[in-house]
Design a protein around this ligand. Structure first.
Ligand SMILES: [Ca+2]
Ligand SMILES: [Ca+2]
Ligand SMILES: [Ca+2]
Length: 262
């Protein structure tokens, strides 16, 4: 085997590895960064893994009872139409208007009218009738918002956020105000993103989303970044990559030696 073939072989392995890793899989792959139930409803989320073109996230404010969603509220789908890099914040505005709904990147359709109290918002893969995996969830007031997280694989504080029994319970607008830099891997932002003390909020009668007092909409959509230039690779994936490269180098090395000696 020629050296150029070896290099190409390694490159294909690395490409395959990247393609296999960059996809929405489950809890913690995204996290909410903004939520507004006043006036022009909106929410935003950060991609904590790369999202491929064609991947779709379903959002709903229906309640989950541990096995299925009830009905009567809204559903919205968002589909990436280009690669969305990890760390990107995606903003969906005017979600309570199917005609004015807009996404900062990707394509959105549907409608969700967020309640100013006792509301929840789920993000999932698959469909409402048959979710294949939940990504995250937001509740302005615990069980009154989620109903239940049973069977979702989500945990409050880890990959879901709940403002029940905090000063922000049943507020109308919430915005993440924590750090967006300083972590070595994107998943290390989950604890900060799902910690209610890192959020600004406002509530009350009238519109607090456009009163000049933080938080206001639109939200801060600046990207999250990593410390230094460390590649975002999870531990099992990193070990797999290391093993694949070691095998490839061994094979190439043996074939090169065979080529030279023969
Ligand atoms: Ca609801
Ligand atoms: Ca209000
Ligand atoms: Ca405000």
């Amino acid at each position: 085997m020629k050296l150029s073939h070896c290099i190409r072989y390694l490159f294909v392995i690395l490409q395959s590895f990247n393609a296999a890793q960059a996809a929405l899989v489950g809890p913690g792959d995204i996290a909410f960064t903004g939520w507004n139930a006043d006036s022009r409803d909106a929410f935003s989320f950060v991609a904590l893994t790369e999202i491929n073109p064609g991947e779709t996230i379903i959002f709903t404010d229906n309640e989950w009872d541990g096995a299925s969603f009830n009905s009567g509220e809204g559903e919205l789908s968002w589909t990436a139409n280009s690669v969305v890099a990890a760390g990107t914040v995606v903003a969906l505005s005017d979600i309570n208007s199917s005609t004015q709904l807009a996404a900062s990147t990707g394509l959105a359709s549907g409608r969700i009218n967020l309640n100013a109290s006792n509301e929840g918002l789920f993000a999932l893969l698959g469909s409402l009738a048959a979710p294949s995996s939940f990504l995250t969830a937001f509740a302005s007031d615990g069980a009154a918002g989620f109903t239940s997280l049973a069977g979702t694989g989500l945990s409050v504080g880890l990959n879901a956020i709940d403002f029940h029994a905090t000063a922000a319970q049943d507020a109308d607008i919430f915005a993440y105000a924590g750090a967006r830099s300083g972590q070595f891997i994107f998943s290390d932002y989950l604890a900060q993103l799902n910690n209610t003390s890192n959020w600004l909020f406002q509530g009350g009668s009238g519109d607090q989303s456009d009163d000049g007092i933080g938080p206001d909409a639109p939200f801060d959509n600046s990207s999250f970044s990593l410390q230094g230039s460390v590649v975002n690779v999870s531990e099992p994936a990193g070990l797999s990559l290391l093993f694949a490269c070691a095998v490839a180098i061994t094979v190439c090395n043996r074939r090169l030696r065979f080529s030279i000696s023969s």
